[in-house]
Design a binder for this molecule. Sequence first.
Ligand SMILES: Cc1ncc(COP(=O)(O)O)c(C=O)c1O
Length: 385
Amino acid sequence: MTFDFSSVSLDWLRAKPGRKWQQREAPFSAWIADMDFPPAPVITEALQERITSGDLGYPNWGGTAGPSPAVGAFVEWVQRRHQWKIEAADVREWSDVLQAVQTILHVCTTPGDRVVVHTPAYPPFFDALKATGTQLMAVNAVRDGTSWRWDHDDLDARLAATPAKVLLLCNPHNPTGHCFSERELRELLGIAERRNLLIVADEIHMDLVHAPHRHIPLGTLGSERVVTLTSASKSFNLAGLHYAVSHVGSPAVAAALKSLPERVVGEPGMLGVIAAHAAWTRGAPWLDAVRDHLVEMRANVAHLVGSNLPGVTMTPPDATYLAWLDCRATSIADDPSRAFARVGVAVNSGDDFGPGGEGHVRLNFATSPEVLERTIHAMAGAVAT
Ligand SMILES: Cc1ncc(COP(=O)(O)O)c(C=O)c1O
């Protein structure tokens, strides 16, 4: 089966009602992490089938009816795609990953506790810390040739003197696109063991890792201290449907979550479940095709940035469809996202990503070659000397 990711037109994109193309009112929109493509046909068909059935009442799952069919599909998906063998009984369903992050921090920390985060970091992580009154303990990224690294020995030494409660890990990492290696993950598990940390691993980009890199679910290396959160929403472009899952390896977290009143956490909506189920049972051919396309777009973005944006540099991401552009050597270093907005391009401001974000922007390249080229040509107007 072939899928076409190259002919999305600007007219079609600009008419899309969602946040990405409406909120910033920019002629070119490369910010929030939605892809520009329609979802996999198997997902649209599954949703249409439910809608035309005429039954949008309470689904026959959830609450006393038990877990949804998406849970079993997820268990099989991670076994097939990531060689991760888990029990359905350890999987919980959520409306979205950030709800799970927030709830787990809420039950596992008390105000004033420290939370370790690899910075720059996905901005809502900072909101979650703020909402729980916890303090950021930042581990700052170092650009290391064509990759990224974080100094885990230094982190270990700092934790010996200043304890923290949780490591909120983002793997693959947003915004750098770094895919943590087995060695790095084992280092982090060792630190968690020595320094008594819970690791909350946000693996929402797990299915968007580009060869030769390979996603290793942290839970495959040891799960007693780990809670893993993920969703089909990034890899299958379904964020508006709100469905996510957690695998809770930590018995303490499992007990803490169990003690919450059921209605506090709520239940995901039926269409989110149906879409995730279709994705994880029948979506693999579409996902493989979109990943091939993203690899091509990653090469395009590196080439277009190099030839059109003097002074802007990037490390091609191991995963995701996000390019982290370093604009510190340009005349717009003070506020590059504002400069790009002035020439009609919406990107994410690096300032929102915390330490290490200064002078950077995040560009979403999950679009067609033509739209990407026009976007970067427009950006060139901001950095022309
Ligand atoms: C690392 C990361 N976590 C969580 C989310 C948001 O997930 P959700 O919409 O399920 O809350 C995103 C969205 O881009 C993300 O990049």
